[in-house]
Design a protein around this ligand. Structure first.
Ligand code: NAD
Ligand code: AHE
Ligand code: ZN
Length: 375
């Protein structure tokens, strides 16, 4: 197949909110600096649903969504040295080129090398897509487009991992789990003994709880409007549960009252701007830090009284938990192999790519954390 167009199955989002359609998609060979990957397993993240909904200002249609996956390199373009056909890989929507201003700064995991292209659904080289259906181009998504049996990614957007690692599990290390763990370890740098509040107990929020427990947090307060979430959340380290619906007071007041003035760290893992405000305002005066993890819809803005910051609260955000993707995803895979982090526990459903619409339906049901699709 090297050097040739591959025709394979992919789930195409033709229009916002319209069911995805499994199409025969043509995938062009990788050009210079590109890698074609046979995707074996892909999970669904809330962000895929967000872009599909039409509320993502960067959402382009038709496109192939998906960004939490694992696969095997099928072929590489000219000049690609760090991976070769047969390597087991995880596509990384947050690239790491190690050469740009961002990568060299040591201050961030954001990378500038291909971001301009991935934000508009094309590849850097020729600003075109490698996907088409009967000659009609289909946009890439987040530089990954994993809802396809084959995809083309930039070489700076692919992490080579231990070939022994089960791809049907470690696909989750492409987004949700690292995001939660890293929000705690890299962005907030939670210390032992801290009191932590986690808003939203989906995969990202539970990974925050897992990370906080590992960091030695003394209390981990989970907040969700779905009380059924608490049972599972306990297994990830949540020590107390609060459902905002059970209280008349604003949720920030409830948390402040529970914690003698507020938490040391809070994490918003929903994408709701009023919850982001509550998460900041439930932080302790003088030092409490709130991390925004959730992705909010186009046009939404956050607000609070500046006095909240003047009096020492800190507002931060995180992308992919601050992890440098190509360097640290293999490390996370190794940690999973050594049973130092959970992954299997976040997988509640397994389906095939053909059932992707059903998988999106499941996402909106309470019992679903991650659904892994075999492609
Ligand atoms: P999810 O849908 O599985 O979980 C969200 C949880 O929030 C659910 O349990 C839901 O019941 C709860 N919830 C909804 N509204 C609430 C409210 N008002 N108060 C309390 N709880 C509420 O989603 P997920 O896959 O875990 O992702 C969480 C968020 O993180 C999404 O916005 C996603 O786009 C974002 N995300 C960001 C990054 C990043 O790099 N920053 C990475 C991955 C995901
Ligand atoms: N396109 C959206 C922004 C989406 C967003 O913030 N994405 C996160 C990852 S979410 C993964 O589930 C991210 O990494 N952002 C940094 C970046 O470079 O995109 C919008 O609202 O415009
Ligand atoms: Zn995601």
């Amino acid at each position: 197949t090297q050097g040739q167009v591959i025709t394979c199955k992919a789930a195409v989002a033709w229009e916002p909110n319209k069911p995805l359609v499994i199409e025969d998609v043509q995938v062009a060979p990788p050009q210079a600096g590109e890698v074609r990957v046979k995707i074996l397993f892909t999970a669904l993240c809330h962000t895929d649903a967000y872009t599909w909904s039409g509320k993502d200002p960067e959402g382009l249609f038709p496109c192939i969504l998906g960004h939490e996956a694992a696969g095997i390199v099928e072929s590489v373009g000219e000049g690609v040295t760090e991976v070769q056909p047969g390597d087991h890989v995880i596509p990384c929507y947050q690239a790491e080129c190690r050469e740009c201003k961002f990568c060299k700064s040591g201050k961030t995991n954001l990378c500038g090398k291909v971001r301009a292209a991935t934000g508009v659904g094309v590849m850097m080289n020729d600003r075109k897509s490698r996907f088409s259906v009967n000659g009609k181009p289909i946009y890439h998504f987040m530089g990954t487009s994993t809802f396809s049996q084959y995809t083309v990614v930039h070489d700076v957007s692919v992490a080579k991992i231990d070939p022994q690692a089960p791809l049907d599990k470690v696909c989750l290390l492409g987004c949700g789990v690292p995001t939660g763990l890293g929000a705690v370890w890299n962005t907030a740098k939670v210390e032992s003994g801290s009191i932590v509040a986690v808003f939203g107990l989906g995969t990202v929020g539970l990974a925050v709880a897992e990370g906080a427990k590992a960091a030695g947090a003394s209390r981990i307060i989970g907040i969700d409007i779905d009380s059924k979430k608490f049972d599972t959340a306990k297994n990830f380290g949540v020590t107390e549960f609060v459902n905002p619906k059970d209280h008349d007071k604003p949720i920030q007041q409830v948390i402040v009252d529970l914690t003698d003035g507020g938490v040391d760290y809070s994490f918003e893992c929903i994408g709701n701007v009023s919850v982001m405000r509550a998460a900041l305002e439930c932080c302790h005066k003088g030092w409490g830090t709130s991390v925004i993890v959730g992705v909010a819809a186009s046009g939404q803005e956050i607000s609070t009284r500046p006095f909240q910051l003047v009096t020492g609260r800190v507002w931060k955000g995180t992308a992919f938990g601050g992890f440098k993707s190509r360097s640290q995803v293999p490390w996370l895979v190794d940690k999973y192999m050594k049973k130092e982090i959970k992954v299997d526990e976040y997988i509640t459903h397994n389906l095939t790519l053909l059932d992707i619409n059903k998988a999106f339906d499941l996402m909106h049901e309470g019992g679903c954390l991650r659904c892994v699709l075999k492609t």
